[in-house]
Design a protein around this ligand. Structure first.
Ligand code: FA5
Length: 327
């Protein structure tokens, strides 16, 4: 009994049980000797033996229970959970910088009465080229190296086919923008990707002029940069506009002296634009005698580079979270 009371571990208890009640335990062995006793002694000794066995079993059981309770208490102390504590919380994501700028521009143009249109990334030759006054064999087709698909379709090289779809669907007068992903089979460098984003804009109405075009482009740049940025407008050639312009922004990566993003020129091509060529209006069923318009094709990915000071376009779609988490 003393050994049971002073047992320090469950193993100590178990050895007391084996030594007394086990197959070769003292009480078991005494029990086996019972046959040697005189018959009148057997009853008395048997009773004593059973009493001792019962007491031992009860003491061992009580000892085991005490150990179980101590162990349970220790576990409750070490493993408790405070359900009132705030949860660690899931890691929050955020919008990609290009998506953020795209949404800001969608809100801006929607507030100016422009519809936001979507178009297919797999386009027909007609919408990507012919309907924009770029017939087969026209040298302008080489301006945009094209991923051709089996069956004659292609991955759109610009968002301008959505202009044509917009004119067909909405008819004049119309104001629309079309943000989206475009693809070009060209070599990649600090400012050129094979897959990038543009945002097309178009307005067709009566007496639309270059002044309207410049107003909307200034509004667009003001909304993105919230400060004056230096731009230059120069003549540019696109078969679907006449006259056509290139709007360049002074490189915000180097501030002007030249770097790999602006190809050491100090300027980044950002926003080609012009007045819609009457042939394009006519092909989409709009009478150019009555209506005219402007169109622009903003380089959305390059705009994101300028706004956030990103000096290599490849980082934007590289999928590296350490880079994206900075925005
Ligand atoms: C066009 O794609 C014309 N559709 C734009 C247009 C629309 C002109 C309406 C007139 C009227 P361009 O090929 O220059 O034009 O591309 C437009 C803009 O997309 C460029 O100014 C540039 O900012 C961006 N861009 C062009 N190529 C790449 C490229 N490989 N990687 C990233 N951005 C590019």
């Amino acid at each position: 009994m003393t050994r049971i009371q002073s047992a320090g571990t469950l193993e100590d208890l178990e050895s007391v049980r084996v030594e007394t009640l086990g197959r070769k335990g003292t009480l078991t062995l005494v029990g086996k000797e019972m046959g040697k006793l005189a018959p009148e002694e057997r009853g008395r000794v048997g009773k004593l033996l059973n009493g001792a066995r019962q007491k031992l079993e009860e003491a061992l059981e009580a000892g085991k229970k005490a150990f179980d309770e101590t162990e349970l208490r220790a576990r409750l102390d070490s493993e408790w959970i405070d359900v009132t504590l705030p949860a660690p919380g899931a890691r929050r994501g955020h919008l990609h910088p290009i998506t953020r700028i795209q949404r800001e521009l969608e809100d801006l143009f929607a507030s100016l009465g422009f519809a936001v249109l979507d178009g297919p990334e797999v386009e027909t030759e007609y919408y990507n080229f012919d309907a924009l006054n770029i017939p087969p064999e026209h040298p302008a087709r080489d301006m945009q190296d094209t991923f051709w698909l089996d069956g004659g379709n292609l991955l759109r090289t610009h968002t301008s086919p959505v202009q044509v779809r917009g004119m067909e669907r909405l008819g004049p007068p119309l104001r629309m923008i079309a943000p989206g992903r475009v693809f070009r089979n060209e070599s990649v460098d600090a400012s050129h990707e094979h897959t990038f984003y543009q945002l097309e804009g178009m307005m067709v109405d009566r007496d639309v002029s270059v002044a309207h075009l410049i107003y909307f482009m200034q509004t667009l740049l003001g909304a993105i940069f919230h400060r004056d940025v230096t731009v230059r407008l120069r003549p540019g050639y696109f078969p679907f506009v006449e006259p056509g312009f290139e709007l360049d922004i002074q490189c915000l990566i180097c501030g002007g002296p030249g770097c790999p993003v602006c190809k050491q020129s100090g300027w980044v091509e950002l926003l080609p634009c012009g007045l819609v060529n009457p042939r394009v209006l006519r092909m989409s069923g709009i009478d150019p005698e009555q209506w005219n318009g402007f169109a622009f094709g903003l380089g959305l990915t390059r705009l994101a580079m300028m706004r956030y000071g990103i000096d290599d376009i490849r980082q934007l779609q590289g999928g590296d979270l350490r880079f994206l988490e900075q925005f």
